[in-house]
Write a protein that binds this ligand. Structure first.
Ligand code: A3P
Length: 289
């Protein structure tokens, strides 16, 4: 079993959705400007959360401004061409906040030439793949390897998922973080101490915010608040794309839900595999907090 069964099209060996590949020449040639900010993640790592935190920081915690439009309109998804993405970005003026799941080697060159800032969020792979599994169940236009095989098997073969191997993805940005303007953040750290992590992001964006504004942003972007916010919870995506009877986009938002999906034996097998693969790149990713 390979990604070929599920993702028929690859760019430089990375499995991608057909509608991503269709417009690839435009994505590749996208002209980034120095003031643009790229938010990069592996799917299901907490992208939407990071986007909301960034928009709240840029708008200094102004709730109404952050509710001006749904996430995908405020911060388009670079390589996703329907219903948003490259077309929206091409007519938007910089500074733009841009979402991508592309591994670092596929990020359009202009981002690096222009010296753009990048915020990369990584999440532990067990929770990422559990979240991916529930997302595959609800997403009606996405191949669903996680639904067809055991989650644990998928975890060891994360290269079969859309946007390629989780391991290569997190390592790629980690290794370049000091050579490029990359702020590397971890989902588990943000859950553990959101005030500390939101402050780090604000500093990276060179925004001076008071302690009370930071605390307000933490409340606005908490899972419970985002779940109730139609401009931040993807409730604007039609039911013909997201089958909400299968799962929710704002599902649990926790660290350690993987414990409900793995037997002790599966977990031990994965841990061994993980240690080997990550031995050349000690990213301090935690599976519990
Ligand atoms: P779960 O499926 O584990 O609940 P992405 O935005 O990259 O697709 O990631 C989606 C995951 O992030 C989902 O995980 C979702 O619930 C979680 N998430 C979204 N907003 C969050 C928040 N404010 N705090 C914590 N987790 C959040």
């Amino acid at each position: 079993w390979t990604s070929e069964i599920h993702y028929k099209i690859h760019i430089q060996g990375i499995p991608l959705l057909e509608r991503v590949v269709k417009y690839w020449p435009r994505v590749e040639k996208f002209q980034a400007s120095e003031e643009d900010l790229l938010i990069a993640t592996y799917p299901k790592a907490g992208t939407t959360w990071t986007q909301e935190v960034v928009d709240s920081i840029l708008n200094e915690g102004d709730v109404e401004k952050c509710k001006r439009a749904p996430t995908q309109v405020r911060m388009p998804f670079l390589e996703m061409t329907a219903p948003d993405g490259i077309t929206k970005l091409e007519v938007m003026d910089p500074p733009r906040v841009i979402k991508t799941h592309l591994p670092i080697q596929l990020v359009p060159r202009s981002f690096w030439d222009a010296g753009c800032k990048v915020i990369y969020m990584a999440r532990n792979p067990k929770d990422t793949v559990v979240s991916y599994y529930h997302f595959d169940r609800m997403h009606l236009y996405q191949p669903e390897p996680t639904v067809h095989y055991s989650i644990c098997l998928v975890l060891c073969k994360m290269g079969i998922l859309g946007w390629g191997s989780w391991y290569d993805h997190v390592k790629g940005y980690w290794k370049e973080r000091h050579n490029k303007k990359i702020l590397y953040i971890l989902y588990e750290d943000m859950k553990e101490d959101p005030v500390r992590e939101v402050t780090r992001i604000a500093q990276f964006l060179k925004r001076q915010l008071s302690k009370s504004t930071i605390e307000h942003i933490v409340q606005m972007t908490a899972f419970s608040a985002m779940r109730e916010n139609p401009m931040a919870n993807y409730s604007t995506i039609p039911d013909t794309i997201f089958d909400r009877t299968a799962s929710e986009f704002m599902r649990k938002g926790e660290v350690g839900d993987w414990k409900n999906h793995f037997s002790a034996g599966e977990d031990a097998a994965f841990e061994e595999h993980y240690r080997k693969i990550m031995s050349d790149c000690p990213i301090p990713i935690r599976f519990t907090i």
